[in-house]
Design a protein around this ligand. Structure first.
Ligand code: DQA
Length: 149
């Protein structure tokens, strides 16, 4: 059984009530429950963490190095600003699937830049909460391809 961390960044604790026209009505708790149950169905043990603090997210990425096989990361607005998060991911050498509820490429131009994409296996965006399920499937496929390589 593989292990994965679902890591959510700033303001994602407000999912369900935060700009529902952009991010949907699904709460973070519902997203996390969905990830745990979908993970179990595809052989991935899922842990979840959310923080509004850049340093706490970096600490979680460092800790994941010895505890997890991969990370599904929605870094929120830090996606577009944080070289420190990008460096943390590069440092731990774990596969990271980047996820966004909204289609960041169809929004303001400052959201088109992602520092996370530079070090992620790939990016899934625009599918709302379902994007986390797609990200877990992508991580699972990636881990399987790595183990047969
Ligand atoms: C987001 C997109 C970011 O631009 C934004 O700052 C968020 C949420 C998303 O899931 O669509 O906080 O990562």
């Amino acid at each position: 059984m593989h292990k994965a961390l679902i890591l959510n960044g700033p303001n994602l604790n407000l999912l369900g009530t935060r700009q529902p026209e952009v991010y949907g009505n699904t709460t973070l708790e519902m997203v996390e429950n969905l990830c745990v149950s979908h993970g179990a169905s595809i052989g991935i043990e899922v842990s979840c963490l959310q923080s509004n603090h850049e340093g706490a997210l970096i600490d979680a990425i460092h800790a994941a190095r010895s505890e997890q096989d991969g990370i599904v990361l929605n870094a929120g607005a830090f996606t577009h600003t944080s070289i420190a998060l990008m460096d943390a991911i590069a440092s731990v050498e774990l596969p990271v699937i980047e996820v966004h509820l909204s289609n960041i490429h169809a929004r303001e131009s400052f959201r088109h830049v992602s520092y996370i994409s530079k070090v992620a296996v790939g990016q899934i965006c625009g599918f709302g909460a379902q994007g986390y399920v797609l990200a877990l499937d992508a991580l699972s496929a990636h881990l399987k391809s790595e183990s047969t390589a």
